[in-house]
Design a protein around this ligand. Structure first.
Ligand SMILES: Cc1cc2nc3c(=O)[nH]c(=O)nc-3n(C[C@H](O)[C@H](O)[C@H](O)COP(=O)(O)O)c2cc1C
Length: 196
């Protein structure tokens, strides 16, 4: 346990960046929350692909056609993760943007596995009704790895969801006494202790 707010902030970003790189970490799959177009709260699990402290940015991947892209682009979002091993909850607030074109998206697309890219071959947008249970993928690619040429039509459906983090609320659970600290970009990330 540390009394240093700077150490707490360091540890929070380390948890995020380690979580992004570790499929077994619970921080790898945080909950991303938003307010839907109808004003109702919404939440979904997403894979955290990268966490960059220097730019205070989190990166997620998603289908550009999904309703959440329209709802999240330019909107305020929440990101929630809990790591039982560290006994740390992270509640992040930020602003989201959806990026579908440009060198960064192309480079990330190119290095994703064929199976990861196959999701974006779905014939209709996520959430489109189906007459029966199904993946939404065209029948020809069901159950097999697509090749590079077959993946070409999937590329326009791939989007980065980038979240610029504006605030972090970190709660550490401990038998001796819980500790909670809040940090905000507008305060230069100085942070402050609060009652847990
Ligand atoms: C473990 C796990 C990881 C997921 N990762 C992603 C992801 O990286 N990107 C994504 O768009 N959806 C991901 N999903 C699916 C979403 O939770 C959600 O069901 C889907 O994106 C549709 O959400 P929407 O209706 O808000 O657009 C994941 C779901 C689970 C259970």
């Amino acid at each position: 346990m540390t009394d240093s707010l700077a150490d707490v902030l360091d540890a929070a970003w380390r948890l995020l960046s380690d979580g992004a790189g570790d499929r077994r970490s619970p921080v790898h799959t945080p909950v991303v929350t938003s307010i839907g177009g109808d004003g109702a709260p919404d939440a979904r699990v997403m894979v955290l692909r990268a966490a960059d402290r220097a730019t205070a940015t989190l990166r997620f991947h998603t289908d550009a056609r999904s309703p959440k892209c329209a709802a999240l682009d330019g909107a305020r979002v929440g990101v929630l993760a809990y790591d039982p091993a560290a006994a740390v909850q992270l509640r992040l607030a930020g602003t989201a943007r959806v990026v579908t074109t440009g060198a960064e998206v192309d480079a990330i697309w190119a290095t994703s596995t064929p199976f990861a890219r196959r999701c974006y071959l779905a014939e209709a947008a996520p959430g489109t009704p189906l007459p029966a249970p199904g993946s939404g993928l065209p029948a020809w690619v069901e159950g097999r790895k697509p090749d590079e040429a077959e993946l070409l039509p999937a590329r326009p459906n791939f989007a980065l969801l980038l979240v610029t983090v504006t605030a972090i609320d970190r709660l550490h659970l401990a038998q001796a006494g819980h500790r909670r600290a809040r940090f905000a970009a507008k305060d230069g990330w100085a942070g402050a202790w609060v009652v847990p």
